[in-house]
Design a protein around this ligand. Structure first.
Ligand code: ZN
Length: 54
């Protein structure tokens, strides 16, 4: 399985779901950068959510 990363505007590299923070909101939970709180694009967050450090 290939792993994807997302580089936030603050420079943080997000790779696992614990690198993001879950913000409950509306019908869909919003995922934000764990460092700065900027929202992570939905498609990216969905991929990262399934990645865990083994
Ligand atoms: Zn950030």
């Amino acid at each position: 399985m290939t792993s994807s990363t997302y580089t936030c505007q603050c420079g943080a590299r997000l790779r696992y779901r614990q690198d993001m923070e879950r913000r409950p909101g509306g019908r869909h939970a919003n995922w934000v950068c764990g460092d700065c709180g900027l929202p992570v694009p939905g498609g990216v967050a969905q991929r990262l959510r399934h990645q865990h450090p083994s």
